[in-house]
Design a protein around this ligand. Structure first.
Ligand SMILES: Cc1cc2nc3c(=O)[nH]c(=O)nc-3n(C[C@H](O)[C@H](O)[C@H](O)COP(=O)(O)O)c2cc1C
Ligand code: SF4
Ligand code: SF4
Length: 262
């Protein structure tokens, strides 16, 4: 059996989770990391028996800048597993979007799940989804992988149901979540930066000018890949107002559990 795992992961939690799923699968598993812009330049032509697509949840939905790229992936009636990774706040309409994608692109959605990863904006004082996935999450992912394998082995491709989002309809109709209004784009502390360029090379949307290290306010996703990769801790990122951090903490502090549908 050949499995293609297509994933986007700006800060590594989605990658950790799909790696754990792959441990429950048999046969050849090929990982296709679509995080950097150059990895999304060409269309994907699938020749796998099973496709797994995994993305983090941005603003309770699949990151909007991936939509056009996903439109080019054709399923040819083959099975699909769709994974949303979210930061312990909510996965919103992301699974419904994956179901729609599956129908439009001729896949058979045989399993889906919403799994917790540490929230991009978590800190020690606002520990939302902190240090997740943990050992228990990774074990659940491996078991999820084994269940997917069983479905493939028994050719059990019946339609699955996906939970409906409780988000008000008008919110779900905006393509972008508007996170930019809550979070500043990361600034550079010039006194510490050694101009190594690692942040610019790691940006999923090419928002950092390699020469000036300035960030395009419009392009920036607030994904914090640049903040986390910086070897000098020279990238500073913050909520626009301190009260927003308090609200964030309040809304996300209670541990949520992974959910699977298969
Ligand atoms: C712009 C943005 C929006 C986000 N929106 C949500 C959200 O709506 N709900 C949630 O629970 N987590 C949200 N998160 C957190 C990420 O989904 C979570 O941290 C995820 O594990 C990141 O995956 P990665 O490490 O693979 O990039 C958001 C993160 C970013 C950067
Ligand atoms: S990764 Fe950090 S040190 Fe390197 S260029 Fe970017 S901000 Fe400067
Ligand atoms: S510049 Fe913005 S989009 Fe690029 S890595 Fe940094 S936070 Fe992410």
């Amino acid at each position: 059996m050949k499995t293609e795992i297509i994933y986007f992961s700006a800060t590594g939690t989605t990658k950790a989770l799909v790696t754990a799923i792959s441990q429950g699968l048999k046969g050849d598993v090929h990982f296709r990391n679509i995080t950097l812009p150059e990895s999304r330049e060409n269309e994907i032509i699938l020749d796998s028996d099973l496709t797994i697509i995994a993305t983090p949840v941005y603003g309770e939905r699949i990151p909007h800048f991936l939509h056009d790229f996903f439109q080019g992936i054709k399923g040819n009636g083959n099975p699909l597993v769709a994974i949303s990774v979210y930061g312990n706040m909510g996965f919103g309409i992301s699974l419904e979007q994956f179901k729609e994608f599956s129908k439009n692109n001729n896949f058979r959605l045989i399993a889906t799940g919403a799994f917790i990863g540490q929230h991009t904006y978590a800190t020690k004082t606002a520990p939302v989804g902190y240090r997740r996935p943990d050992e228990y999450d990774l074990l659940q992912m491996r078991i999820f992988g084994e269940k997917i394998q069983k479905k493939i082995d028994t050719k059990n491709f019946t339609q699955i149901s996906v939970p409906k989002s409780v988000l008000p309809k008008f919110i779900t109709e905006f393509p972008d979540s508007g996170t930019r209004f809550l979070i500043r784009q990361p600034q550079v502390k010039k006194s510490v930066c050694n101009a190594c360029g690692a942040c610019a090379r790691k940006c999923p949307v090419g928002a950092i000018d390699l020469n000036t290290l300035e960030i395009s306010e419009q392009k920036c996703l607030r994904c914090y890949a640049c903040v986390k990769v910086c070897p000098k801790s020279a990238r500073i990122a913050e909520f626009r107002l301190p009260v927003l951090r308090a609200v964030f903490r309040h809304m996300g502090i209670k541990r949520k559990e992974n959910e699977t549908f298969l």
